[in-house]
Design a protein around this ligand. Structure first.
Ligand code: NAD
Length: 367
């Protein structure tokens, strides 16, 4: 298959981790005879330095002319004096808007080898493998009216949803659940909010179309507790914008390191893939960044833009294997400096594990 990928590596550790993600994608392409092409474009601080704006038109053109956009991270302290609309981060907000994705996917997975890294007990996190689907373009963050009247001392935000907005993100969640463990947990606050009542009624109205999916509803407050008590009970978790923002961050605790978390935003013109972490200026350029979040993000490109489920799973398995063998970047080493590897070494280890598993499966096919 052919895939044109725009790479917006950005600032700080963005280029370091994106490089490792691209290597993994190239390995998959070579092994499977796929044609992946990569087009680099500037975003964030590097774009301000080169072109005077955090999102140059050329970057927009390259992104819109691709099948998928792979982003590193943006943000550079040297631009902190600029107004928010001119800073590196505004380029990220703009490109997200232009690409138009309304379903934000955030996996929260417990890696057995990293069980000790989570503040939760290993027996709590064991077996957790959750996929959050967060509605991204509606709800309280966008609803009108919104204002803060300093004279009257009143501030207003509006939570607003239409049935169509709920249907489109719910269909994505149902479809993903049907490719996983076939359970969908929809989160709302239907005992208090009309928006949540619409949300719940809409999910229920779609249920007959997906008879193989078990659907449950959870109130957001109790869901926050269940996630930390029995995370293995959940498969796909569907939420509106604000609830998903909070619960997906909370569930990062299950994995235990910001450097390990991937994400994808789908449903718009072009899918956008980015690790959850920022540009980490404190460790940039030192080879200390954990590339696994970016590599797992590459696995999401394979799954959601290339339709290469087996290859995506192989990348995830390679990450598990490298961790199980004891290799760690500094953020997940828990003081064990003997086991610590650099960004590049970690990338190479995953690459080698992946190559080995591809060789094994090719020789199995040959038998
Ligand atoms: P951050 O995610 O960059 O870093 C938080 C902490 O986690 C730091 O100590 C950092 O060293 C560590 N960390 C993050 N990613 C890591 C990785 N892959 N490996 C090892 N350690 C890692 O968040 P921050 O410090 O709040 O923000 C720094 C800059 O990044 C700011 O300019 C912010 O606006 C920007 N930011 C960008 C994004 C994005 O591009 N999506 C997201 C969050 C923050």
């Amino acid at each position: 298959m052919k895939l044109k990928i725009a790479t917006l590596a950005g600032d700080g550790i963005g280029p370091e981790v994106t490089h490792e993600a691209i290597n993994v994608l190239q390995a998959v392409a070579e092994a499977g005879g796929h044609e992946f092409t990569f087009a680099e474009a500037l975003l964030g601080g590097v774009a301000i330095t080169a072109k005077g704006t955090p999102l140059p038109q050329e970057t927009i053109d390259i992104a819109l002319n691709s099948d998928a956009v792979l982003l590193g991270a943006v943000g550079d302290n040297k631009f902190n004096h600029l107004t928010p609309d001119k800073r590196p981060e505004s380029g990220l907000l703009q490109i997200r808007q232009i690409l138009g994705g309304f379903a934000n996917l955030r996996p929260a997975v417990a890696f057995p080898a990293l069980a000790e890294n989570s503040p939760l007990r290993p027996e709590v996190t064991a077996g957790a493998d959750i996929l959050f689907v967060r509605e991204l373009l509606g709800g309280l963050y966008f609803g009108q009216p919104r204002f803060w009247n300093q004279q009257t001392g009143e501030a207003v935000n509006t939570m607003r949803y239409t049935r169509d907005e709920v249907v489109r993100v719910a269909r994505i969640a149902f479809d993903l659940a049907s490719r996983r463990r076939k359970k969908l947990t929809s989160v709302d606050k239907a005992n208090v909010l009309e928006c949540s009542q619409l949300w719940r009624a809409t999910i229920d109205s779609l249920k007959p179309e997906y008879p193989d999916i078990t659907v449950e509803h959870q109130l957001v407050d109790s869901m926050a507790m269940h996630l930390m008590n029995v995370p293995r009970n959940f498969d796909v978790v569907l939420t509106e914008n604000l609830f998903g923002d909070i619960l997906s961050d909370e569930s990062g605790i299950i994995t235990g390191s910001l450097g390990m978390l991937p994400s994808a935003t789908i449903g718009g013109r072009i899918n956008l893939y980015e690790p959850v972490h920022g540009s980490a200026p404190d460790i940039a350029g030192q080879g200390k960044a954990n590339p696994l979040g970016a590599i797992l993000t590459a696995a999401m490109v394979l799954r959601h833009s290339a339709g290469l489920e087996q290859e995506a799973a192989a990348v995830e398995a390679a990450v598990q294997q490298v961790l199980a063998a004891g290799h760690r970047t500094a953020d997940i080493a828990r003081g064990n400096t003997a086991a610590t590897v650099s960004t590049q070494q970690m990338g190479k280890l995953v690459h080698a594990a992946l190559a080995e598993s591809i060789d094994r499966s090719q020789s199995l096919h040959a038998v």
